[in-house]
Design a binder for this molecule. Structure first.
Ligand SMILES: *[C@@H]1O[C@H](CO)[C@@H](O)[C@H](O)[C@H]1NC(C)=O
Ligand SMILES: *[C@@H]1O[C@H](CO)[C@@H](O)[C@H](O)[C@H]1NC(C)=O
Ligand SMILES: *[C@@H]1O[C@H](CO)[C@@H](O)[C@H](O)[C@H]1NC(C)=O
Ligand SMILES: *[C@@H]1O[C@H](CO)[C@@H](O)[C@H](O)[C@H]1NC(C)=O
Ligand SMILES: *[C@@H]1O[C@H](CO)[C@@H](O)[C@H](O)[C@H]1NC(C)=O
Length: 946
């Protein structure tokens, strides 16, 4: 009885397999920008029942009865294309959007590898302009090192019209191209990286009314890999498993593709890949001759494999599979590697985890390298649960510092309940989310689950099993199940196939790939997915891969090897939604928040804007979402304009750090309370599946000391500064602040104190401070600051009195601040500074004392000892509590000259002079004697010969 349905199912399956045809299309460079009137579209039908192409009149096809035809259109817009087939089942119709864009030339870039050169710190990029329709095959497959005749001709014309390329690196650094006589531009870029990723921007210059498309280019410089050794064995997934793709957290181009026939590894985004094998070392090789892997994680220094509940380590260096003492050997149920690099998150002195491991009743996290000197254990326990609780899945959160786990509590006798709980690595604490409580128990799907959080200011996540996806956006404000039109869940709409992959890019696109290669698409934030046209045969072993350029690639594993092709996602989604009710509530949305992290020091202010254009009456506006919103002050202003029933709203956000730290009861506490990281997210209040959304959506604002911020003392113009002119100097005990028995000998540290500024002892001196971020000058420091001699000299003063600087009461002085017995470094600073320009009733004091606080604009100068030439090593510290979160201090040294020599030194000089005179006398005398004797000798000799 059970045989018949099985047989029928097999028949149906066979029938589908037989008649199923697939058609796809592309252009010569597989570039979505090139679906224009100027460029040909290649149509391709795979199947045995092809008859001919059906296409609109405004297009031409070179041979409509060829399954591989070339189409060119003469009018822009959606073009309905479809293959006619002999089988009763009709083929899918696509609406290809052909634009009349003026941009149809392309920047070609190549980095020739100079094997003879030992230069590794820089690389030369050659750039020229190609017409994709007329380019050489080598230019199409990216192997050309010099322009073809045609490209040289085009490039020369552009050059003569004033065109030149500018390379922009991911670090925002720019490099200009210089034209060479060989017909290309050349630019020098840093070459010490594993890969180079840059954009080429040209000038708005046309040739034959056509412009050049700005392009992104990526080059990889993988180290050559050694061939697999004889004793090395393969790694495979369990038979029948769908492909599994993992990639490096911060190195997207480093990927590992696992299948039930082997493992492939790449270090250049699958341009090339090799089989990954391991040396079994002392591990017994399973009888089948390979290891069966469940999961893997690509760390920077090796790979972790989960095999039968244990974690194994394969080092990048020795390639031996081992049971590492730092890794658990049993009970591991899951592994999750961070998918979005957290290195741009402005957290200082903390390394965020890259890996989550869950076993029995502990949840552990680990960093991106196993070999981590200075860290005792690779894995660290972050959660321990009672035996009744099991971990269902875990993942990193919407904020880089958070992670979350879905757990199930099965107390005997009660209905098991699952709940989501999340953890913050910076303020270690667990919070249980309301997410799972939103669903009725019967609506919660059964595991096994996978989970992925979206990068967002609020917690937003997707949770899926094999059949369906649940979502929760904006801290559980919106939740539900992602559904296809007309079906109860994804699996039902995909002929019962299971969810294989959920792929997300930065522009809010989400693709759900089913095991039978059916794709669903939606914008993140929408709860209805669109089924896309069939692109690949249902039985192909395929997985989606998103590269550095945010392009979706389809990796298909065939018996011949790995086949990589670009997937034109935007064209496909446009076509699938053509004529449907899917639309976008606005016409355009753009904003200026395009940097992943910003630094906000005290008093800083920045302005961002976001503009949205929409059809009148749609009620669209821009929302600014944030977490930790108390950290910054945000003011909004909107400018509205309505023209021809199109409304434009440009909203400006003035973001500032505004806290008054002066007179704070506890400065340190207040500083700590008001610093941290704030995440802002700019989104329209309504979106739709057809919207175009900007790539950047969130930015992190580091409210605190910007990295590498410091102050430097500028060397006054024309003042000499000596290096290495002494090794030590003596400070007389009479000029030291503290009573001492002996004079102090100071060893001068040239590294630390820098050069010695030489000044005449009568000249007052005014240090001028500059603020720097690393080696970048930020601005002159206009805050109040104090100076003190590092070794306790007190024979210097200030030439302005408190009265002269207009104090309203006695100002703070060193002698007053030091009464508590604190050290010079700690006695006085922003934490206890009180201004003298505020009246305190009844307290006036003596205003004729020197004012010991300096400022860029004040007339208060340092004056030096009038008794002795002296060497001072001054510490400088910013005093204004509202100036910066950083502890800003610097050192500078001054040596005075020009003073008449003190008495005890007179004596030595005198002795020296007397001694010299005496010596001279003796010398003179002996000379006289010598001359006399010589004359005498000469006379006698003369006498003899005569
Ligand atoms: C058109 O394509 C068909 C099928 O490939 C082929 O038989 C035929 O010769 C082609 N016609 C021309 C004119 O190339
Ligand atoms: C690229 O094109 C050149 C020149 O036509 C050819 O020799 C080379 O084999 C091609 N390489 C690839 C990878 O297709
Ligand atoms: C929005 O307004 C700001 C200033 O108010 C301006 O700098 C920006 O260019 C405007 N945006 C657009 C798209 O016009
Ligand atoms: C100071 O430097 C001089 C010259 O290098 C050296 O001879 C002397 O020993 C040093 N004095 C001390 C106390 O280190
Ligand atoms: C301190 O000396 C400087 C330089 O000679 C001078 O410009 C300034 O006016 C003096 N300040 C006062 C208060 O006299």
């Amino acid at each position: 009885m059970r045989g018949l349905p099985f047989f029928l199912a097999l028949l149906v399956l066979l029938k589908i397999q037989l008649i199923v045809g697939v058609w796809r299309y592309n252009n010569i460079l597989e570039d979505e920008n090139l679906f224009t009137l100027k460029n040909a579209v290649f149509l391709k039908y795979d199947g045995s029942d092809f008859v001919e192409w059906e296409y609109p009149e405004s297009c031409n096809v070179n041979n409509k009865s060829s399954p591989n035809a070339i189409m060119k259109c003469t009018s822009p817009g959606f073009q309905m294309v479809k293959p006619l087939v002999s089988s009763p089942e009709e083929e899918e119709t696509r609406y290809l959007f052909i634009s009349d864009s003026f941009f149809s030339f392309i920047w070609y870039a190549v980095v020739p590898i100079d094997r003879g050169s030992t230069e590794t710190s820089s690389k030369k990029v050659r750039m020229w302009i190609i017409d994709p329709e007329q380019a050489d095959p080598a230019e199409i497959n990216n192997t050309a090192l010099v322009p073809s005749t045609q490209s040289r001709y085009i490039t020369k014309h552009f050059y003569n019209n004033g065109q030149y390329p500018v390379i922009t690196l991911t670090s925002k650094q720019t490099h200009l191209g210089h034209f060479q006589k060989d017909g290309y531009w050349e630019a020098v870029i840093p070459g010490d990286e594993r890969y180079n990723d840059f954009h080429i921007y040209g000038q708005p210059i046309s040739f034959q009314h056509r412009f050049v498309i700005e392009g992104q280019h990526t080059f990889y410089w993988p180290e050559p890999t050694e061939p697999n050794r004889e004793r090395e064995v393969s790694l495979r997934l369990a038979p029948g498993s769908p492909l599994l793709l993992v990639w490096g957290t911060c190195e997207l181009y480093h990927g590992l593709l696992l299948s039930d026939t082997g493992a492939l590894i790449t270090k250049n985004a699958f341009l090339t890949s090799e089989e990954l094998k391991v040396d079994p070392g002392s591990l017994p090789v399973p009888p089948e001759g390979y290891f069966t892997v469940d999961q893997a994680a690509l760390l920077e220094d090796g790979i972790i494999f989960r095999i039968d509940g244990a974690l194994y380590w394969r080092d990048n260096q020795d390639r031996v599979l081992t049971e590492h003492p730092q890794l658990p050997t049993s009970g591991v149920m899951g592994l999750y590697q961070r998918t979005c690099c957290a290195s741009n998150y402005p957290v200082q002195d903390v390394e965020l985890s890259s890996l989550i491991v869950w076993k029995d009743n502990v949840l552990l996290v680990g960093p991106k390298q196993l070999k981590n000197p200075g860290r005792a254990n690779f894995l660290k326990i972050v959660l321990t649960v009672p035996p009744t609780v099991t971990f269902l899945t875990a993942s990193f959160g919407s904020h880089p510092a958070s992670l979350a786990t879905l757990v199930m509590n099965s107390v005997p006798g009660a209905i098991p309940r699952s709940f989501l709980t999340s953890y913050n690595e910076l303020v270690p604490s667990w919070i249980t989310s309301t997410f799972m409580t939103k669903f009725k128990l019967k609506d919660i799907p059964k595991g096994p689950f996978e989970m992925r959080f979206l990068e967002s200011a609020d917690a937003s996540l997707l949770l899926w099993n094999k059949e369906t996806i649940l979502y929760s956006f904006h801290n559980d404000n919106e939740w539900g199940e992602i559904r296809p039109f007309n079906a109860s869940h994804l699996s039902a709409a995909a002929n019962g196939s299971k969810i294989h992959q959920v792929a997300l890019d930065n522009s809010w696109n989400m693709l759900v790939k089913m095991e039978n290669n059916i794709l669903f698409y939606c914008k993140v934030g929408m709860h209805e997915v669109v089924r896309l046209h069939k692109w690949i045969e249902p039985d192909s072993r395929m997985v989606l891969y998103l590269n550095q350029k945010e392009q979706i690639h389809m990796l298909t594993l065939t018996p011949e090897g790995l086949h990589v092709q670009k997937y034109p996602m935007l064209m496909e989604t446009k076509s699938a939604m053509k004529g449907s009710y899917h639309d976008c509530p606005f016409i355009s949305f753009e904003h200026s928040m395009n940097t992943i992290s910003y630094n906000m020091d005290k008093g800083d202010q920045m302005v961002l804007w976001a503009q949205i254009v929409y059809p009148e009456g749609k009620g669209v506006h821009v929302k600014l979402l944030s977490n930790n919103e108390d950290l910054l002050n945000i003011e909004q202003k909107s400018h509205f304009e309505g023209v021809n029933s199109v409304d434009t709203v440009n909203t400006t956000f003035i973001i500032s750090q505004k806290v008054d730290y002066s007179d704070a009861t506890s400065y340190t506490h207040l500083t700590k309370k008001t610093s941290g990281i704030l995440t802002l997210e700019l989104v329209p209040n309504q979106i739709g599946n057809t919207c175009n959304l900007p790539k950047s959506r969130i930015s992190h604002f580091n409210v605190g000391c910007p990295p590498n911020r410091h102050i430097r003392v500028a060397r006054p113009w024309g003042m000499p500064c000596e290096m290495h002119s002494l090794t030590n100097y003596t400070i007389l005990r009479s000029v030291l602040r503290d009573q001492q028995q002996d004079d102090l000998v100071v060893d001068y540290d040239w590294e630390k104190f820098g050069c010695l500024l030489k000044t005449h002892y009568k000249n007052p001196f005014h240090p001028s401070l500059d603020l720097y971020d690393g080696d970048n000058f930020v601005r002159n420091v206009d805050a109040n600051f104090i100076v003190w001699d590092r070794f306790g000299r007190k024979d210097y003063s200030f030439n302005a009195t408190m009265r002269q600087v207009a104090c309203l009461r006695e100002a703070q002085t060193w002698s007053f601040m030091l009464t508590g017995g604190k050290s010079l470094e700690e006695a006085w600073g922003p934490e206890n500074y009180r201004t003298c320009f505020k009246v305190i009733p009844g307290k006036l004091g003596n205003l004729d004392q020197p004012y010991e606080i300096m400022n860029r604009s004040s007339k208060n100068f340092l004056t030096f000892s009038q008794v002795d030439s002296a060497t001072y090593v001054f510490n400088v510290k910013i005093l204004d509590p509202n100036y910066s979160f950083c502890d800003l201090h610097a050192v500078f040294a001054v040596q005075t000259y020009g003073i008449t020599i003190p008495k005890h030194q007179h004596l030595t000089t005198y002795v020296a002079i007397v001694f010299t005179l005496f010596s001279l006398c003796i010398l003179g005398y002996s000379y006289c004697q010598y001359v006399t004797i010589f004359r005498y000798l000469l006379a006698t000799r003369k006498h003899k010969y005569e």
